[in-house]
Ligand binder design. Structure first.
Ligand code: GRF
Length: 207
């Protein structure tokens, strides 16, 4: 069986990338074949190298605009025959051309229950709003900000103390389960788009 080839884009510390490397890479027919970042110094790139995965850095300053930078990333990913692109803390918007080129083949993890609190600092937004429940969403990426079809979600209680560090720790713990679970489902061919309504993701499992 040929491996299901995934790439991860990350800008930060890369704990979600690490969860993917630890839980999926080289198992269940899934292989992480490339990790790219907009930040050449991102810890995520070190984690990838540590696991023997090829890395690429695409800083904005090297390109005239976002469209051309994204075209360079897209070409690099296509050369590596990537079947799924995972955004794991990739803190840049992707150009509409990039999204169209990989339609329904890009997933993102977001630290809130979308459509609540899209965009930056979702944890801060939830705490400021005073919600009692927030969570984690894994969704397909479309041209908007955190607006694509929802694949998996899990709820998390906000501590009564509104302790941000405690909530973030729990969000990360859940992300590290939910994102690999979503990738496993996609790799297994269990995820499809409802032909009647492209906003709806169908998941076929025997659960
Ligand atoms: C995660 O909380 C993710 O939801 C958000 O960025 C964070 C990345 O964390 N999009 P890490 O770099 O994987 O540790």
């Amino acid at each position: 069986m040929t491996a299901f080839r995934i790439a991860v884009l990350a800008s930060g510390t890369g704990t979600n990338l690490q969860a993917i490397l630890d839980r999926l890479h080289g198992r269940d027919g899934i292989e992480v074949v490339a990790v790219a970042s907009n930040k050449p110094g991102a810890q995520a790139l070190e984690r990838a190298s540590g696991a023997g995965v090829e890395t690429g850095a695409f800083p904005a300053a090297d390109y005239p605009d976002r469209a051309q930078r994204d075209a360079a990333i897209a070409g690099w990913l296509e050369q590596r025959e990537v079947e799924l692109i995972v955004l794991a803390g990739y803190m840049e918007l992707l150009s509409p051309e990039f999204v169209r080129r990989f339609r329904n083949r890009i997933v993102n993890v977001h630290p809130a229950l979308l459509p609540a609190f899209p965009g930056l600092d979702a944890v801060g937004q939830a705490l400021t709003h005073g919600v009692r429940v927030t969570g984690v969403t894994v969704h397909l990426v479309d041209e908007g900000v955190d607006s694509g079809p929802i694949l998996l979600q899990r709820a998390i209680k906000v501590p009564y103390t509104r302790d941000r560090a405690q909530l973030e720790k729990e969000i990360h713990r859940v992300e590290h389960e939910l994102l690999p679970e979503a990738i496993r489902l996609i790799a297994a061919g269990a995820v499809g788009i409802d032909p009647e309504n492209p906003r709806l993701v169908d998941v076929q499992t025997r659960e």
